[in-house]
Design a protein around this ligand. Structure first.
Ligand SMILES: [Fe+2]
Length: 122
């Protein structure tokens, strides 16, 4: 946990030390991203009107992708495609796509972004 604080209240008054402190914090935040994603996945193991939990649905999909010979990117996208439900159910596809976008191809991003539409259509 970082106990130091920057010296400014308006960014234009920041200095090099403030910037270094913010970068240090950002690096720690990025370091913990994978753990937070795992926690989000675990939180999807709650009650559901469906036969299986949202977590089981994601694990089932990723397992099926693996068994089908899908590449790693597709398996990860399948595993995380509904993770947006944790923080913003009304636009969960966009949230999942935003999470995945720095790490996946444009095609996979598109699939994540639009999977809610496909789900609604079918
Ligand atoms: Fe889904």
């Amino acid at each position: 946990m970082i106990s130091k604080k920057v010296s400014f209240t308006a960014m234009e008054h920041g200095n090099r030390c403030d910037n270094d402190l913010a970068l240090e914090h950002d690096a720690e935040n990025i370091q913990g991203q994978a753990d937070r994603v795992i926690e989000w996945l675990k939180s999807m193991d709650g009650d559901s009107p469906n036969k299986i939990s949202r977590l089981d649905h994601c694990l089932q999909g990723a397992t099926r992708a693996k068994r089908d010979g899908a590449d790693e990117e597709t398996m990860i996208c399948t595993l995380l495609h509904d993770i947006g439900d944790v923080i913003c159910p009304a636009n969960q596809s966009q949230a999942a796509a935003a999470l995945l976008s720095p790490y996946v191809s444009e095609k996979t991003y598109w699939v994540a972004l639009h999977h809610g539409l496909l789900q609604g259509y079918y």
